[in-house]
Design a protein around this ligand. Sequence first.
Ligand SMILES: [Zn+2]
Ligand SMILES: [Zn+2]
Length: 546
Amino acid sequence: MSKNNLRIIPLGGLGEVGKNMMVYEYGNNILIVDAGMMFPDNDMLGIDYIIPDFEYLKENKDKIRGIVVTHGHMDHVGALGHVLEEINVPLYATPLTKGLIEVNLSEKGLLNKTTINTVHAGESVHIGPFEVEFFHVCHSIPDSVGLGITCPDGLVVHTGDYKFDPTPVDGWPTDFAKLAEFSGRGVLALLADSTNADKPGWTPSELVINDSLDKVFRTAPGRIIVASFSSLVSRMQQVIDTAERYHRKVAFVGYSMKQNSKMAKKLGYLDIPSDIEVDIDEALNMKPKDVVLMATGSQGEPYSIMGRLARGTNRRFELIKDDTIVLSSHAIPGNEETVFKTINSLFRRGANVVYEPLAGGVHVSGHANQDEMKLMLNMVQPKFLIPIHGELRHLKQHAVLAEESGFEKDNILVIENGQVIEFENGEMKVKDRIPGSYVFVDGSRVGEIGPSVVREREQLSQDGVVLISLVLDRQGNLHEEPEIISRGFVYKHDGDDIIDETRQKVIEIVEKTQGDLHNETVQSIRSFLYSKTKKRPVVLAALTWV
Ligand SMILES: [Zn+2]
Ligand SMILES: [Zn+2]
């Protein structure tokens, strides 16, 4: 009988920022850590979000023992709904994370089908052959945990997202003692957050936000609208505290904001004095100077409240004179363009927009900077280091930092999604590679949209569309002149009228073609237009017989 070995397979979050998902496998047992989503690049038109390709898990359904979730951010929980539709296994999460997952799953109607076990930092559970120890870490959301995962091959420490904030909003620092204890036991491998691997020093404490918010509240002449993620519970608390000091009322706007604040309040993670919160209708009837609205859309998402305000299409309320908008989050890498476009539109509509880096800290990162990353490594003292969470440049930089602090170069492994690694007799081996790409989600359609559709939409936006309408008689001859309609396609080229030339070309094609006229027209005109203009518009043909 062959001996079982621990295998680690990243399905998401390695080589990108977002959609984190890690698989731990021992014998016939799989433990999943996190299942997140990612915002699409700007050039992936019409795609709502992206989730990991978890085909491997579908194929190995019987082996899966559970899913452990480190915290409630969407890049760690956003794909859970899709995964649970295919794989029904128990979840393990801390109370606030559980609450956030429940809000999310109830929107998808999956809540009743799922078992979510509550765990607390400091506890441990047995899941198959794995013993999972949960330890508290500071992050930009309360109740975040890192994991100590023990199986017969040894102890692996999985940090999740973390920083070593000495003055966190909830007063609960990262569990140094546990990290030291792990190190005492001997750690086989450390899988650690690399998001800020190119940022020197320490990440500022969440506390600095209080000062920045204070300044905004002190000087804002009218209404204040704070845009953030609906899962940033500590940011909600800071806004509430500041509002209280400046005698303003707070209204949460939008489904996820309202649900999450209600849930966090119920679970005791959000302290809202009874006279501070008002509903949106009440808020809109009050003097602007007495009001703070808290909404989503800090990433400029087109259908968020912030996106709609920027376009002037929000139904409930519009921007008014003297509005101050605070964008309290970083633009997610790759998302900057959308965010800046939204900011420009908000300014254009007369709002004052406070955003990074101008405001000097209306947002601080929830992730460890370089010195904290070194500290983590030095405290845990693992045999092997596998950088996780980040684009390849972040993972590489994490490796460089480790080397600089004296870590054995050969014991660092920089890998991307889908790369299987296996531990054998205390050694780490790179194995085969499984698919580790992504699945597009567009509205409610999952995975039906392949890269080709995305490419087509990209073409549409860049090179436009050319529609050829043919009316033919029963003999297959043209009944009238072909009609050529173009949208977004530049057709004046070197003084030639490309549309006229295209029409001539179409007439030739109809005369010549014996077989599939539709296909022949589309193919030939596509290459004709490319040869003439070096553009690739989407070519469509409509054939009518009379
Ligand atoms: Zn996070
Ligand atoms: Zn994250």
